[in-house]
Design a protein around this ligand. Sequence first.
Ligand SMILES: *[C@@H]1O[C@H](CO)[C@@H](O)[C@H](O)[C@H]1NC(C)=O
Ligand SMILES: *[C@@H]1O[C@H](CO)[C@@H](O)[C@H](O)[C@H]1NC(C)=O
Ligand SMILES: *[C@@H]1O[C@H](CO)[C@@H](O)[C@H](O)[C@H]1NC(C)=O
Ligand SMILES: *[C@@H]1O[C@H](CO)[C@@H](O)[C@H](O)[C@H]1NC(C)=O
Ligand SMILES: *[C@@H]1O[C@H](CO)[C@@H](O)[C@H](O)[C@H]1NC(C)=O
Ligand SMILES: *[C@@H]1O[C@H](CO)[C@@H](O)[C@H](O)[C@H]1NC(C)=O
Length: 231
Amino acid sequence: MPKPKPQLPIYALVAAIVVLLQFPERCVAKTRNKYCNSTVCGNVTISYPFRLPTQPPNCGEPRFELDCDSNNRTVLSLNHGRFYVQKIWYEYSTIRAIDPNLAVDDCTLPRGSLLFWDKMPYSWVFPLSLMYVVNCTKAIKSSLYIDASRCPVNSSGSDPPPDSYVYFLGERTSPRDFDESCRIEATVPVMVQNISGFSTSDIYEKLLKPGFELSWSFGSKSQQASPIHAL
Ligand SMILES: *[C@@H]1O[C@H](CO)[C@@H](O)[C@H](O)[C@H]1NC(C)=O
Ligand SMILES: *[C@@H]1O[C@H](CO)[C@@H](O)[C@H](O)[C@H]1NC(C)=O
Ligand SMILES: *[C@@H]1O[C@H](CO)[C@@H](O)[C@H](O)[C@H]1NC(C)=O
Ligand SMILES: *[C@@H]1O[C@H](CO)[C@@H](O)[C@H](O)[C@H]1NC(C)=O
Ligand SMILES: *[C@@H]1O[C@H](CO)[C@@H](O)[C@H](O)[C@H]1NC(C)=O
Ligand SMILES: *[C@@H]1O[C@H](CO)[C@@H](O)[C@H](O)[C@H]1NC(C)=O
């Protein structure tokens, strides 16, 4: 006669795992921040839910960790790009950022990407849209392709023609308008609904000021699979 399965030990083991998985999180969550003093990086005040790596581990939420670089610029790292934080409005749960490449000199292209399907604790503040930065091997004559180069191309006869042509292209450009000589370099957020009709300088003006805005919420937390549900 086969022995009955040892139900109780397994049940006890599962219960122990549940306790182990659940409790540390609860305890940390309870003591999280609130009592941590806010800190500053440059001209940005950092308080809950944000944190800096230099703060004690219980301050702020890990998902909202920012960095303070050696020039006292506050850095927001997303899945596909790093951005400089310009301002945080705690009362509106909104953060404003710009592409760091724009500050390098007057000729660099924005490079930091935001992707629609990026999983983040942030949601978009409208009007925000994405545009492709494309690098093409030939010049494209189309109103859909907005010149992305801010520096005048030196067309004095003696110079060789540029080996690349860079453009901004709206995110909803249909594949048939997508020239095969072009490669996507970045998918850049910009605070306009539709870049159609914008000039190069109009777009850079928007990229520099305001940059782009995101809002944060804790709502997404419940969507993450917790170890408890996985059991
Ligand atoms: C927070 O700031 C207050 C006043 O500046 C200070 O007395 C206190 O020690 C600080 N607390 C921590 C945890 O740093
Ligand atoms: C950054 O800020 C700290 C504290 O305010 C200051 O001591 C330091 O000189 C600043 N560094 C730079 C590069 O501005
Ligand atoms: C903070 O400083 C940066 C440049 O260092 C500037 O672009 C930004 O507007 C400043 N933010 C505020 C709120 O003053
Ligand atoms: C465009 O691509 C070419 C060829 O890969 C490269 O040499 C050039 O630096 C790129 N231009 C920009 C602005 O990224
Ligand atoms: C264009 O090229 C000429 C000759 O090489 C140079 O003197 C001039 O500064 C260049 N202009 C720009 C805008 O780069
Ligand atoms: C952008 O604007 C252009 C012209 O105004 C229009 O044809 C196009 O449908 C718009 N695109 C989107 C995604 O709204």
